[in-house]
Each structure stands twice: as structure tokens, then as C-alpha cells.
Design a protein around this ligand. Sequence first.
Ligand SMILES: Cc1ncc(COP(=O)(O)O)c(C=O)c1O
Length: 452
Amino acid sequence: MGVLEGTDPAHEEANAHADRAKAPAEVPAAELGGATEQEGATAGAQAAEPWPTVTIADIKAARETLRGTALVTPMEGSRWLSAMTDQQVALKCENLQRTGSFKIRGAYLRIVNLTDEERARGVVAASAGNHAQGVALAAAVLGTRSTVFMPYGAPLPKERATRGYGAHVEFVGHTIEDALLAAREFEARTGAVLIHPFDHADIIAGQGTCGLEILEQTPDVKTVVVPTGGGGFLAGIATAVKSLRPDVTVVGVQAESAAAYPASLEAGEPVALESMMTMADGIAVGRPGDVPFTAVQAYVDEIRTVSEESLSTALLALLERAKVLVEPAGAAAVAALMDSPHDFEGPIVAVLSGGNIDPLLLMRVIRHGMAAQGRYLAVRCRIPDRPGALACLLHELSEAEANVLDVVHERTSETLPLDQVEVVLQMEMRGSTHREEMLKRLRECGYAVTVS
Ligand SMILES: Cc1ncc(COP(=O)(O)O)c(C=O)c1O
């Protein structure tokens, strides 16, 4: 187990402990699809562990249950990422799963495993959107009433789709933890069964079916990279992959400003974040789940974190290069690859975990991603206040092939000499090299340019 940041002795000790736990002594290196007797064993789990553990047998059974309900999503090779990493890279397209994310896998398994009496009481969930849709669809398919608590600010299309699948939606608080609290109260008050988004063995077993598909679709895979919030998806995939192929490296990726796993792994137990802020609502979770945490400790090799710029750049690159639409959380694995293209052994599978994005957010993310790629430039430039001076400046810009989006003439600055005017320009550029060339050119022409 490793987290990128930690190199202190305490951290190394934690790593050593986790590595021991990860050693596949009890893990059957079974051929894919070939069941062994040990498959029922709780591979990698510590004897005193109080949390339920998920086994490869559970995940294989889950796959049978999910047949006909969850899709086997496509695995698409990516030439652009393969060229960037010098490794073979494939994208596991859970953004094309029913409901637009992997969540139907765990939600359906959890609800189908309830007793008839439990299902008759209805189910309740807390979610910023994707789990909500999974629960709503699974409940509808199984003829169960569902209520979903969402934090204010949850993406509009996710709310609409959840209602569309027949769930009753209520808004509460601003974080998933606030919504969970309300869902727990509702559970206590009405007897409805809480379907936790990640902290339950059935959820993890359901999500783990994606790991089986990865091994079948890319049998020679060496590294699997997975977007991570509470850890249910990562725990499921890691349990499936490591149980059958202990040699494969499994990496979880969190948003830098909502990364509860690195500190929790160092502490040896789930630790809550004090605050978080990320555009990736799907992975904005303030505390790892207890059940997935145990599996992540046992099976996951490394947790990486990615910045908001990396997420938006990856999302934009997936659109531009792969013609694939994902939501910010769904781009996290690709963001980690793009940040450190030569850190991973191929063939690499990057999981695109979801594709539900509000078009308004998409517009903002595209703008953010373009800015992060140096595709915009805003400058202030002083020019003589005489006819033709602006035309000369614009001529230089057109020679440099900058597309001007906006020009503002300012004459009122206190520090402006009487015979000068300040021009504020917004331009579209081809990238950071083009930006630098353009700035150099303007300065060589004698313009005093500041980037704003
Ligand atoms: C698109 C997407 N990716 C990743 C995750 C993370 O899943 P988990 O909380 O099981 O780690 C979620 C969870 O909602 C999600 O919606």
C-alpha cells in the first residue's frame, strides 16, 4: 500500500504492514473464471477484522445475479493515451453503463438481496446523483419504493434522472454526509432500508463485477486505475483483480481537495476530512467507508491524487481525443495517467466511472480545461492614444495567429499617462507554446504587456 505523499518512517511502517496484508498467501492465483475451493476464503483479511469482507466467490455470484440487468460495458483502446504513456492503454467505459455510471451494479445487488419483507418497507439512499440513479432504477426494476436524499447543488440532470426512474427526491444539507444523516433519520422513522453508497459488502461485491470484466476484456492487464470516493468501487475491483491476478497493480485516484484515503491509510483507520472542495461530485466523500477501507488496505497498491486542473484537462482530452464524454469524477483515472504518463506498467486499464454531467458544468469545465491547457490568454497592454495604435497591436496579434475574443479600452486608470490608453485583451491560443511565442513577439515589438 502506498500513498504518494508519505515518505516518513511512520508512513513506511504503515506501508510495510499493508504490504504484508496484501501478500497473496491466502489469495488463490486462480485462472480467470476457474473457480477454486479457496475462493470462499476471505483473502487478505485480518483475523480480528470486525467488518464484513467480500470474497471473489461473492463477486462471481454477483455477476450471475446482475446478468441482464447491468451491461457488460465496452473496453476501448486509446491510441492517444497509449502514445503518451508508451504503454497500451484501454478505457473501461462505465460511463456507458445503465444510468450513466457503475452504480447500478452495487445498488441492484444490495436491493435484490433484501428479504421480501425488507423490500416491502422501501429503500432510502443518500447521494449526489449517481448512486441515486442506481438505487432508483434498481428499486423500480424490483418493484420497491425508493426515497433519495441529495445535497443541495447536486447536478440537475442527476436529480431529473433519479425522479425519472421513480424515486422520491428530497434535498438536504450541502455534503453527502449531510444527506446520509437525513437518510439514516428517515430509515429510523419509517423502517425503509438504507442503501449505503459504498459501505456495504453487497455494494462492494456488485461493483467488483467490473473488475471481472476488466480481467476478461484485457487478460494481459498489468495496472488498473480507478476513480475513488468512499472506496466501494475501488474495493470491489481490487478484490476481484487481486484475488485472480495478484501481479496486477491496482491504483485508486482521488481529487486532491477531497482525498480522505491517503491520511486514513497512514492512520490505519478511516479519518474524516475537515473540508473538501472539488468539481468531481461523484468522488467528493469526506471519509472512507469502513467496509471498503479494509479491502483497500488489503489489496490496493497506491492511492494518487489529482488537481482540479488535471481533472478538467483530462475530461477535455477525453472529449477531444477519444470522443468520450465523462463527468469530472469519471476522468480521475485518466487525469492520473496524464499527470505521470510513465509511472505505470502496461497494459493499463483506466476506468471511466461515470458520464453524468450537467451541461452547464460541462461548459465551465471545458473553459477551465482550455485555460489549464494554455488555450486562453488575457493581457493588459499600454499603447499610444492615437489613431491607428490599436490597429497596429491587432495586426501583430493576427500575425501571431491569436484569435481575439474581447477587447476593452481603458482610459480612466490613475497611473495612466495622458497620451496612453490601456487595452485589455482576451484571446484564444493554440496552447502554452503559442502563448509564450505571442508574448515574446509583442514584447519584441516594444509593447509593455502584463498577463492578467
Ligand atoms: C462517477 C463516479 N466515480 C467514482 C465514484 C466513487 O465510488 P466510491 O464512492 O465507491 O469510491 C463515484 C461514486 O459516486 C461516482 O459517481
